[in-house]
Design a binder for this molecule. Structure first.
Ligand code: SF4
Length: 169
C-alpha cells in the first residue's frame, strides 16, 4: 500500500479530532474529484513502519477520537488487505476509538466485506458533481451516505443502511 499524507488533529473528516490516512489508488474517476493526484496506486509514498508508527503515536493521545481512512479509495484492491489488517490492529489496541472509512463504492456492494467488522462509520458512494453541496455534513454530494456500520450489521436486513447522522449539522 502507498499513501499521500497523514493529517493530524483533523476536524473535517469525522467526529472529534482525528488522524487521517490518505491512501493512494482509486478507480472511480469521479468528475470534479478534488484529489485526482491520489488515483494512481503507484503514487505517493510506501506505507512503511515509520508511517504506521506516526498513526499509532496519534492514537495514543487521549484527545484523539479515532482514525479516518480516505484517499484515494481505501477499498481499492491495492489497499484493501493492508487497510483491513491495520484496522484490526487498531481496534484491538484502541477499542474505544472510532474508525471511519471513505470509499467511492456503495454500501450495497461492500456490506459483506470482512473489513466492515472494524468500521464504525462509512461514507459511501462516488462524488457526483451535480449533487455537490458544501453544507453537507461529512460528505461532498447528496447521493453519499454517512452510515453507522455496526448498527446496520445488527439488522435482519443489512441492505438498508442506518445513518450515523443527518445530512446537515
Ligand atoms: S472516489 Fe473519491 S478519490 Fe476516488 S475519484 Fe471519486 S471523489 Fe476522487
Amino acid at each position: 500500500m502507498r499513501y499521500h499524507n497523514i493529517t493530524k488533529d483533523d476536524m473535517l473528516n469525522g467526529d472529534g479530532l482525528r488522524v487521517v490516512l490518505w491512501v493512494a489508488g482509486c478507480s472511480h474517476c469521479c468528475k470534479e474529484c478534488q484529489n485526482p493526484v491520489t488515483w494512481d496506486p503507484n503514487g505517493g509514498l510506501p506505507f512503511d513502519e515509520a508511517a504506521r508508527q506516526e498513526i499509532f503515536d496519534q492514537l495514543d493521545k487521549p484527545y484523539i477520537s479515532g482514525i479516518t481512512f480516505s484517499g484515494g479509495d481505501p477499498l481499492h484492491s491495492a489497499n484493501r488487505f493492508e487497510v483491513r489488517n491495520l484496522m484490526a490492529e487498531i481496534k484491538q489496541k484502541y477499542p474505544d476509538k472510532t474508525i471511519w472509512l471513505y470509499t467511492g463504492d456503495s454500501w450495497e456492494n461492500i456490506q459483506h466485506y470482512a473489513i466492515m467488522q472494524y468500521v464504525d462509520v462509512l461514507v459511501d458512494g462516488e462524488f457526483e458533481a451535480d449533487k455537490k453541496d458544501v453544507k453537507l455534513l461529512w460528505k461532498g454530494s447528496s447521493n453519499q451516505r454517512v452510515i453507522d456500520v455496526q448498527k446496520t450489521l445488527k439488522q435482519t436486513d443489512t441492505s438498508v443502511p442506518v445513518l450515523h447522522c443527518n445530512d446537515y449539522a
